[in-house]
Design a protein around this ligand. Structure first.
Ligand SMILES: N[C@@H](CCC(=O)N[C@@H](CS)C(=O)NCC(=O)O)C(=O)O
Length: 221
């Protein structure tokens, strides 16, 4: 039985959505974030890094959302949510599947960190930390994030979904960076296609069922 070890308000929401799109049977084991937003220690019993998502299935334990998406689509997908091999769509699919966590999320995490650091710094150091963070945001993070968001916008101009005209698991993987960018990256300014993408996915019955199962979800807030 496919089991999702689900941390509330986290990337594992994406895995629930994928499984709901495929209509597969599964069970959820729930974990609550601690007050400091870290995962509870019990997740370490499932995988040495103690992060979410992680799934278990048929004696396998699989962590890292891209690897989980690949595994579920290959093992249980029956050819669904993945473009046929040796097509331009398949190449785009592979690219976005890796890009989401490899390139987009590190930038969005830096944005979150530099925004939070001044608030968490000891009072005496706060002005200095604020200055350093603000400089890092202005010179390093924000310009790159802007470039990435324009890239998403231009790709969504080519086709409605990231890998072509059909929804694929790459869109499910890309949903988290787009949701994070809408919450804290300024996506709503000048990226109508990316915002329409979010509206389209939020309207999907499988997305809504996954939300009901996963519980409150507020990426980046
Ligand atoms: N690149 C990993 C990131 C995993 C990750 O950082 N997960 C977060 C939840 S969104 C987590 O477990 N945070 C709690 C913690 O680090 O203690 C993936 O996509 O699976």
């Amino acid at each position: 039985m496919l089991t999702v070890h689900h941390l509330n308000n986290s990337r594992s929401q994406r895995v629930l959505w994928l499984i709901e799109e495929l209509g597969l049977p599964y069970e959820i084991v729930r974990y609550q974030r601690r007050a400091d937003m870290r995962a509870p220690k019990e997740l370490l019993k499932i995988h040495p890094l103690g992060k979410s998502p992680v799934i278990t299935d048929d004696g396998n334990t699989i962590a890292e959302s891209g690897a989980i998406v690949e595994y579920i689509v290959a093992t249980h997908g029956n050819g669904r949510l993945i473009p046929p091999p040796n097509t331009p769509e398949r190449l785009r699919y592979t690219y976005w599947l890796h890009y989401a966590e490899g390139s987009a999320m590190p930038l969005l995490l830096l944005k979150l960190l530099f925004n939070v650091m001044p608030k968490r710094a000891p009072a005496l150091l706060r002005p200095l930390v604020r200055k350093v963070s603000s400089q890092a945001l202005t010179t390093l993070v924000n310009p790159q994030l802007k470039q990435h968001m324009s890239f998403w916008e231009s790709e969504l101009e080519k086709s409605e979904w990231f890998a072509g005209d059909e929804l694929s698991a790459a869109d499910i993987q890309m949903s988290f960076p787009l949701e994070a960018a809408a919450a804290r990256g300024g996506l709503e300014q000048g990226h109508p296609r990316a915002m329409a993408f979010l509206e389209r996915i939020h309207a999907r019955p499988a997305y809504q069922r996954a939300l009901e199962k996963g519980g409150p979800y507020a990426v980046g807030q």
